[in-house]
Design a protein. Structure first.
Length: 273
């Protein structure tokens, strides 16, 4: 039979450890705010939301992918220009919210004079927040005057990841899908094609991409294989921003409807109206 005094001591130790982990989480959050290059920003608009509670939170998977740091929130910080909003990152944020418990925030940097209301509320309305340590991932979007989207993850001294495609690949990887080298290469190819030819290319290039997409979607439901991938997310967003959606061929139109039937896409589509 266990000594009651020993049980009481163990309970006290567990309570002390829990409080220490909570304190560590809070200190980590403050230190990241202090060390980040954007700590001196003039935040004229801040919206935080805790409404992205997961249907099935899986912290073990996230620890496996990003490294286990018990009691500390892992933070993603993205700088993006509101004149060229990276829609794919907004879709991916919502896909991540379906899997993990995410502490989301939207900030406005002093380098930006004004941001449309729909972009200020792109993560949803402000809701009652839970303690920081109860979240699995921090996702902060800062509307800032930058030439292309930039992302930092947890390590403040790291060189930022630049470009919508590179950030999209990282975010999608957090969903935990495993692909062969060939499949991953096909996805990378579609992501680059969507961004550099469909979104930024000439009308001739866009036409060629749409024909290629139509051919690919005549064989499979999604651009790469039979499930949604980062290629679909980036390509769909590129079509929305180029205004090519209405002129897309039949298979592409059908695929677009399939995307829009998913909540993360339909939510972002509402932002564009």
């Amino acid at each position: 039979e266990v000594d009651p005094s020993l049980q009481a001591l163990e309970s006290r130790q567990e309570e002390i450890l829990k409080r220490l982990y909570e304190l560590k989480s809070a200190v980590d959050g403050l230190s990241k705010m202090i060390q980040t290059p954007d700590a001196d920003l003039d935040v004229t608009n801040i919206i935080q939301t805790g409404d992205c509670s997961p249907l099935t939170a899986n912290g073990a998977d996230l620890d496996l992918m990003l490294g286990k740091d018990y009691g500390a929130l892992k933070d993603i910080v993205v700088n993006a220009n509101p004149s060229l909003p990276p829609l794919s990152l907004l879709v991916l944020h919502r896909l991540l919210c379906e899997r993990y418990k995410i502490l989301s925030a939207v900030h406005t940097h002093s380098s930006v004079k004004s941001v449309p209301e729909n972009l200020l509320k792109c993560f949803g309305e402000q809701t009652k927040k839970q303690p920081r340590h109860e979240y699995q991932l921090g996702f902060t979007l800062i509307w800032k005057d930058v030439p292309k989207p930039q992302m930092k993850f947890s390590v403040q001294t790291m060189c930022p990841i630049e470009g919508e495609g590179n950030i999209a690949r990282f975010l999608f990887s957090l969903l935990g899908h495993k692909y062969s080298a060939v499949t991953s290469t096909l996805m990378d190819s579609w992501v680059d094609t969507a961004l550099f030819q469909l979104k930024e290319g000439s009308s001739k290039e866009r036409g060629a991409v749409l024909r290629a997409m139509n051919a690919a979607l005549g064989k499979t439901a999604w651009l790469v294989g039979n499930e949604l991938s980062v290629a679909d997310v980036v390509a769909w967003c590129a079509l929305q921003q180029t205004g090519s959606a209405s002129a897309a061929p039949a298979n592409v139109q059908k695929w677009m409807k399939s995307c829009e039937n998913l909540a993360p896409f339909s939510a972002v589509l509402r932002l564009l109206k």
